[in-house]
Design a binder for this molecule. Structure first.
Ligand code: KIV
Length: 275
């Protein structure tokens, strides 16, 4: 069944957990979709895991549209949520609305995700007013990595925790359908989850959240530049891939691949005319 923002609403009401994974291409989106995951996030983490940048800041609108369109073609039932890249919405309400619209029209996203709370609340309200579902993102928001001074757990002090809880409420009031909580103490995620009537989606925010999200390369052991504490490796596909690549290299160099069964034939009488 097709997942929509209504699925999110109903899951929260019924106390059912939601699943979200990132994807950046058609084939992976199709596999995730077929596995029954509720939603696919075309995260700007593609800057790290696909494009090899150190952070997400260089990711462009064109990058997001290109990858989101591919994911959308592969996702039949999962709700496709696309990240708005750095500086595509922070500047002003007009930019935010135009760029959210592009992710929907050109990327065929079904919702957009923005990082931040009170600072971008007018942008969230304006996008929602255009009929575009918005997912919030609080806690460790990687687009602000330079302001944080690194990848650090957020909302650890009384003031920071209060701000995060208030920001979550502001996002709900502005019409967000869900809020991602990244790298925050589970007790703070628990307060937010209890106080909101929209679902919280945790990543490094404990088990109390209404749903969970992971970067798929992290959970499959396909990205080793850094592995945050909150990642669980559900399979070691990275090792399986490396082994397969090495076997291919060995067989080609030994002349054992391709075999006859991998070849195409031609009629002997046609061949005879070529000599
Ligand atoms: O870009 C991304 O993949 C994200 C998740 C880590 C939540 O924002």
């Amino acid at each position: 069944m097709k997942n929509t923002v209504m699925t999110y609403k109903q899951a929260k009401e019924k106390g059912e957990k939601l699943t979200m994974l990132t994807a950046y291409d058609y084939s992976t989106a199709k596999l995730i979709d077929e596995a029954g995951i509720n939603s696919i996030l075309v995260g700007d983490s593609l800057g790290n895991v696909i494009l090899g940048y150190e952070d997400t800041l260089s990711v462009t609108m064109e990058d997001m549209i290109h990858h989101c369109a591919a994911v959308s073609r592969g996702a039949k039932n999962a709700l496709v949520v696309c990240d708005m890249p750095f500086m595509s919405y922070q500047t002003n309400v007009y930019d935010a609305v135009v760029n959210a619209g592009r992710l929907m029209k050109e990327g065929r996203a079904q919702a957009v995700k923005l990082e931040g709370g009170r600072e971008i609340i007018e942008q969230v309200r304006a996008i929602v007013n255009c009929g575009i579902p918005v997912c919030g993102h609080l806690g460790l928001t990687p687009q602000s990595i330079n302001a944080f001074g690194g990848f650090k757990v957020q909302a650890k002090t009384e003031a920071a925790a209060k701000k995060l809880i208030e920001d979550a409420k502001l996002l709900e009031e502005a019409g967000a359908f869900a809020v991602v909580l990244e790298c925050v103490p589970s007790k703070i995620a628990e307060i937010v989850t209890k106080e909101l009537s929209i679902p919280t989606i945790g990543i490094g925010a404990g088990n109390v959240c209404d749903g969970q999200v992971l970067v798929y390369q992290d959970m499959l052991g396909m990205f080793s530049d850094f592995t945050p504490k909150f990642v669980k490796r559900f399979a070691d596909i990275g090792e399986i891939m490396k082994e397969a690549f090495a076997n291919y290299d060995k067989e080609v160099k030994a002349g054992t691949f391709p075999e006859t069964k991998h070849e195409y034939t031609i009629d002997d009488d046609v061949l005879a005319k070529l000599y």
